[in-house]
Design a protein around this ligand. Sequence first.
Ligand code: FAD
Length: 572
Amino acid sequence: MAGIVRGGGLVGHAVRKPLTRGLLTGGGGGLDLSAALAGPAAPKTADVVVIGGGSGGIACANNLAERGLEVALVDHVRPSTQGTTYGFGGTCVNVGCIPKYLFHRAASLRDEVNMDGPAFGLGPTPRLADSKDAWSTVVQTVQNHVRSLSFSYAANVHANVSLVRSRAVGVDPEPDSRSVEVANAGKSNRIEARQGVILAMGGRPHIPDHIPGAKTHGITSDDIFSLNKPPGKTLCVGGSYVSLEIAGFLAGLGFDTTVAVRSRPLRGAAFDVQCADKVVELLGAHGARVAQVEPIRLERDGPDAPIRVSLRHSDGSTTEESFDTVLFGTGRAPEVTDLGLDKAGVTFDQSSGKVLVDDRFETSREGIFALGDCALTPIDAPELTPVAIRQADVLADLIVPVANGDRKPARFLDTAVAELIGRERAASLMVPSTVFTPIEYGRVGLGEDAACDLLGPDNVETYIMEWQSLHVSASHRTAHDGSEYPRQCLAKVVCHRGGDDPAQQRVIGLHFVGPAAGETMQGLALAVNLGATKEDLFDRVLGIHPTNAEAFVDLSITTRSGQDYVQQGGCA
Ligand code: FAD
């Protein structure tokens, strides 16, 4: 590697300062912390300049500062197409994981009281769609929490970190210089990076260019969590997890919601096709339709008028429908184009636009590194907060190796699964994740279809069970439209067959659609990442009765057997 600091031991400024608030400089949009945390102008030099104060950038800056380096952390939020801006902390805190989970929570509370409450003497609750106040109460609760988190992130940067609230607008192309130009309110400064530059600029929602009216009338996940009026009848465009999650909580809060997907939702080897179908079925039961349509034009007569959307159907026909809100969940694009990085010798992936890095997070330009959502690593690491943070930990260790043993493992996993499906694929797929739709979908490893494609169907054994949760059965829950509520739980364990002994089959994928699947999956992912076999994980362990997750220790029907895998009756 042509890195910034090589060799063992702690280098740079060895004196550790206590973890107190850092310097806050410049302006920036959203939460204005400058009154609370006033500080001097951007420093002229730093050991390392980190561009982007999101999950990865903050973790890396604090980590390097903890190791004694002087760090300038440059962060600025460009307004969304609708002018929404937000505070320090990046996507996860402000417009990602945290607000979406809180909206999911709000919708789940309301849904449960409405659907099951009457059987237990509770509810029902009024539709949020009928009350501007109710929507604004949810927005306010979420935004208050988001602001407090954003504030504490800024207040708790390490004392060796200078927080520069400005936009990085250029990286010096000269080979013997590493400086970053930052601009704020028409003024620009140059920060000389003595040792290196770390790109952690994340990504922003992408609205397709080819749909007339989309950028003018459409909104994105950057806007929805602080929308100042109820969204009303909403079209969520795209089959991404972001689109499905937002559709799920809007439907749960009582809004008429449709998801427009071109083909299948939740595509990719990480997702199991049958589980994705279950997610769609349950979204329907909670009031969100998923339709195979594509918006081709958006028109609106005035800011408060409905948006007329021309929709192309899968048979090629077109119709028009009006919506109050059209939200694009059509993927994200990195924010890396305006820094002149190409002139500095940094190369990009043509299709994703991400910065190409090696497995030590170094770009093609010596001394410039990239991590998190803006970087394409050799393992094509998923765009998730824990991934960005782990990359930051690993990069900090590479830059300033720590001799005293508090080093994090450089890989996400190193299990037997890697031997089966390849280290790079395993390192990416074995990162667990959850789709926070009304009924959650948690997963780790390969979906059944991807496993069959990769290893051949004869080498894959999938154990499966579908059942109705106790949550639903006692209350005789009905679906949103009054029809029978679908079975709520689907568990699949995808194994590599290896030999003849079923107990020795290695688990290479585990998928669960059911209540609190995210919580369940965190524990199960540990076992899978430790290289569990069917016997280790399921046959030796006793269930916790009466949970949904106990089904995992009781799976015996395989998809190959063709037997009915729907469990009827029983006490859970
Ligand atoms: P970011 O957090 O995006 O931070 C980048 C920062 O750099 C931003 O503040 C940006 O404004 C700033 N910046 C960009 N360009 C410049 C510049 N030129 N100068 C200065 N600053 C700049 N992940 C999960 O793990 N779990 C979830 O449940 C989850 N839910 C999500 C829900 C939604 C709706 C979205 C959008 C994302 C979700 N994610 C989730 C993904 C997660 O938020 C990202 O993977 C994570 O935030 C990436 O961190 P990062 O450090 O790479 O970038």
